[in-house]
Design a protein around this ligand. Sequence first.
Ligand code: FAD
Ligand code: NAD
Length: 462
Amino acid sequence: MGVESADVYDVAVIGAGPAGTAAALRAAELGARVVVLEADRTGGTCVNSGCVPTRVLAKTARLMREVRTADEYGITVSRQRIDWPSTVARVRATVDRVRSIKREAERFAEAGIDLLLEGRARFSGEHTLVLESGRHVEAATVIICVGGHSRRLPVPGAELATVPDEVLDLPHLPERVAVIGAGNTGAQLATVFDSFGSEVTLLDVAPRVLMASDPSISQAVAAAFAEDGIGVHVGIDGVDSLRSVDHGIELGWRANGASVARSFDAVVMATGWPAATDDLGLETTGVRVERSSIVVDQYFRTSVSHIFAVGDANGHDMLVQAAHFEGEAAAENAVLGANRRTPHHLLPAGGFTDPDYAGVGLAEPEARARDPHCVVGRVDYSELERAVIDDRERGFLLLIADRRRELILGAHAVGENAVEVIQSVTTAMAAGVDVATLASVKFAYPTYSALIGLAARKLLAA
Ligand SMILES: Cc1cc2nc3c(=O)[nH]c(=O)nc-3n(C[C@H](O)[C@H](O)[C@H](O)COP(=O)(O)OP(=O)(O)OC[C@H]3O[C@@H](n4cnc5c(N)ncnc54)[C@H](O)[C@@H]3O)c2cc1C
Ligand SMILES: NC(=O)c1ccc[n+]([C@@H]2O[C@H](COP(=O)([O-])OP(=O)(O)OC[C@H]3O[C@@H](n4cnc5c(N)ncnc54)[C@H](O)[C@@H]3O)[C@@H](O)[C@H]2O)c1
């Protein structure tokens, strides 16, 4: 401490993304005097450069695919071309519309929270932060909600690559694009570029795409990518270099011990998301950072007991739905000294490839490791009338239950509306609905959710 003329608060929240917003509002609700320190725009990665723009691109990609098959429905569409500047303008306009309903600044003001948009905050001591403006802030507790940032691989020429948050700054739609990293971000961007008409090559050192998902999802999405003409290269040895060549960028990588070099108009690096701790002054606090994330216990406390870290900053579950609950739990722990964790373990997630994918709970290998006699019910979209009606027959839903067919342990889907289907299963799981009850639920006809009833009935019969 010892800083003269600092503004003094009970709780300082660094970052106004989903985690920081939830943390600040909950702390204020509990009666704390709260300040939020945000370096950029409120809303964080999600609304400004992550989920929202990606989702608008996914919708645009979907429209392109629909337009290509419109003639099958007797619709004549003469122009099938992406006008990149208009696409980008549409994405940016939608981001602004979403921002206008999120209204973080107004909600903070209504809750009596001070929002300081005065540049990056940096610890200058265990309880003190200094902003770029020179202002000092002192707080009894600090909740770090700084999120993460994209990562360039440490290879020669990496500066030539485009990171995901720069995709909208590309001057043209690239004809040939390499996407390095087949995680959630890379897989979705590969789909977007492919649907827009680019020739796409997807590379990953991991043995399968979407490594964080159930292997069945990886297999189905990779097969769909290959069918759509995306060049999928998983299990590569590594990326060597990028260099400028006439009309593009030459990307060098190694696969099966051999060197490969190919030219692209753009190379996108979607190779991970380390916490934004680089210039946070953590060394003045003793807060531990390991493998690019802030280390926390189950109550989101860092190695310094009055400093908490939630959302992408702690590297656990880098999803908006996790950030919200973690932010609220940390606020309660910071203000009340409580030992609150997030309410339950269920964390549905998914992405908008073609077809979509989603999952919740245990992946099948994890479920089998815990209970070798667990049962799996699978329904293919091709068995579902709604999917046939909509011409969306690619995909499946897997339901995994314990050997007594009581608890649902996990659910994984690839296919139309997979995220919404998995969300419905999540609700059933959260309510502890057993398989027999799920099998007796009436599903409106014709819906994709009906897959859940079919899969539950298969589980009972399995
Ligand atoms: C391309 C992409 C697509 C995604 N799509 C989805 C999706 O569909 N669904 C989903 O659930 N998740 C998605 N995510 C993940 C999601 O965006 C994050 O999990 C979520 O934004 C994390 O919230 P957060 O509050 O922890 O961090 P962030 O949203 O990153 O917010 C951190 C905030 O802290 C500020 N900040 C950082 N350092 C400082 C500092 N020193 N001082 C002051 N302020 C600072 C930043 O400016 C930022 O506003 C996506 C991510 C990406 C990159
Ligand atoms: N729809 C969603 O829910 C959504 C969308 C995007 C991102 N996110 C979240 O944001 C976080 C970041 O996602 P992400 O996809 O940017 O990162 P990620 O860490 O999930 O995936 C990065 C991928 O890059 C690969 N990679 C790393 N080094 C490489 C190298 N040298 N050569 C080739 N490949 C390499 C990794 O094997 C990995 O598959 C994740 O936690 C993700 O879940 C969620």
